[in-house]
Unconditional design. Structure first.
Length: 210
């Protein structure tokens, strides 16, 4: 019985040591995508591109659908009054008008979804550059878990991966960012600090406080 208890104790100890060792290998960081994107050169164009998209594409589309809805309604009423419209054609027109009416009624939501999709498209080249550097940072620093800052209660500045990504992007950075990178003990490869752009928040994104 003693031997069995001894074996169990050894096995339990081995499992505990293995779990402890595994836990010691965990390295956690946090990454603020918005804060990095906000400092990417040319990001200020996103707002203008989205505004032009609304003006040149979405608004004309809405106006066209509305004018077609009115035209079809007027035509159907006139043709029905003189018996020119067959039941089959009338059914088709009513179906089309119902779809047009639904689109106009829900235009705000439809437009918002279209803008979000366009924003994703416009931001894709910026995100590609950011995440290429992010992957290098994760690999180099051997991070095992990366979280969004909204999910972090406390973390040391050295584990703010956004600072490491900004340092590796080699882009002009405002002085307060270069100072934060230096304070975190991260080497800067982005050259001398330069004034931050006038607008540093990508369209549709909220500024992130540090």
């Amino acid at each position: 019985m003693k031997k069995i208890l001894t074996v169990c104790a050894v096995v339990a100890s081995s499992i505990f040591i293995a779990n402890t060792s595994k836990a010691q290998q965990v390295k956690i960081g946090f990454f603020d995508e918005q804060a990095v994107l906000a400092l990417m050169p040319g990001i200020q164009k996103v707002d203008t591109l989205l505004q032009n998209y609304v003006t040149d594409s979405l608004t004309p589309r809405r106006d066209y659908i509305l004018s077609e809805l009115k035209r079809k309604d007027s035509t159907m009423r006139a043709d029905s009054a003189i018996g020119k419209l067959s039941a089959q054609v009338k059914g088709i027109m009513q179906k089309e008008m119902a779809q047009d009416f639904y689109t106009i009624q829900n235009w705000q939501q439809i437009q918002q979804e279209a803008i979000q999709a366009k924003q994703e498209e416009v931001l894709r080249p910026y995100r590609s550059k950011v995440y290429a550097v992010l992957q290098d940072v994760i690999k180099d620093q051997k991070y095992t878990h990366v979280f969004k800052p909204t999910e972090v209660i406390y973390a040391d500045k050295s584990d703010d991966i956004a600072l490491r990504v900004l340092a590796g992007l080699k882009i002009p950075l405002p002085k307060e960012v270069t100072d934060a990178i230096k304070d975190a003990g991260i080497s800067i490869g982005s050259g001398p600090a330069q004034p931050a752009p006038k607008s540093t928040t990508p369209a549709g994104m909220k500024p992130v406080k540090h």
